[in-house]
Design a protein around this ligand. Structure first.
Ligand SMILES: [Zn+2]
Length: 275
């Protein structure tokens, strides 16, 4: 586990090391460092450090290679119940082992991280790339990766998780193009009328949830009608149309709206040519 490593020794490997284990599985080691241990040496407990331990996030058990121990000047004696490791130059026993039920030899040792080590090691754990992206003020994901892999962010050695779509960045990139300048001109009192329907809203004191507006482009006059149901829109339109055509003495020529209003009116006035 990464928290057992001495954080001052932990380094990310530029090229991950592939480790083959007994059941033909392959594991990927991504960092290397030293682990401080307390070793049972029989009569007492001694502090020691296992150097250059490969960190592999897929396994929680630390495996020790006998050939590596040998190469570092140790004699490994596997002779239960007296299995132990002897430091050849000094002839001292540096660790003891016991045989587990599963048939593996287990070091009589426990990791010995200090409190300082633990807090530092926690900060060295890999960071969610999406968190880093937000913490750096929505910096581009590629730039976040470059900063980490070049070791430019202290305390972050690796990134994990896939980058998600960031709602903030997407909204920030949406832009509103300017409206085109219109050349259309209204030349008589009911040339063109614009309409829109809004709702549902909480019930008004008169039990209405919707309203519809009619805006006369020529006079800039606005009418508002409140409705209990959306389907009342057509009746309001007919009421309004009869009123304005009578008052102004002319016929409505163009009606502009979105699908909500226009659909209802179009089905009613299928024979008339409202644009
Ligand atoms: Zn973002």
């Amino acid at each position: 586990m990464i928290k057992y490593f001495d954080p001052t020794s932990l380094k990310q490997l530029k090229t991950p090391v592939i480790i083959c284990v007994g059941n033909n599985d392959t594991l990927l080691a991504t960092a290397v460092g030293n682990i401080p241990f307390l070793f049972n040496v029989g009569s007492s407990v001694k502090k020691g450090v296992v150097m250059d331990v490969l960190y592999c996030s897929d396994i929680t058990t630390t495996l020790v290679s006998v050939s590596q121990l040998n190469a570092c000047g140790n004699r490994v004696i596997l002779d239960r119940p007296d299995s132990h490791i002897v430091h050849k130059p000094s002839g001292r026993t540096v660790a003891r082992m016991h045989l587990t039920r599963s048939g593996l030899f287990c070091l009589d040792a426990s990791p010995h991280p200090s409190k300082v080590f633990i807090s530092l090691a926690m900060s060295l754990q890999s960071l969610d790339i999406n968190d880093l992206h937000r913490r750096l003020g929505h910096l581009a994901f590629d730039e976040c990766k470059k900063l980490v892999y070049r070791g430019l962010i202290e305390g972050v050695d690796a990134l994990h998780r896939w980058q998600d779509l960031c709602p903030g960045c997407i909204e920030g990139k949406i832009h509103q193009a300017p409206f085109h300048i219109s050349n259309s001109v209204t030349v008589n009192k009911l040339h063109r009328v614009h309409s829109d329907l809004a709702g549902p809203f909480p019930f008004s004191v008169h039990g209405c949830k919707y309203f519809v507006i009619f805006f006369n482009e020529f006079s800039k006059k606005l009418w508002v009608y409140f409705m209990a149901r959306k389907s009342d829109m057509l009746a309001k339109f007919m009421e309004w149309k009869a009123m304005v055509e009578l008052q102004l003495g002319c016929v409505l020529q163009e009606f502009q709206s979105d699908n909500g209003c226009y659909g209802m009116i179009k089905s009613k006035y299928a024979n008339q040519d409202y644009n």
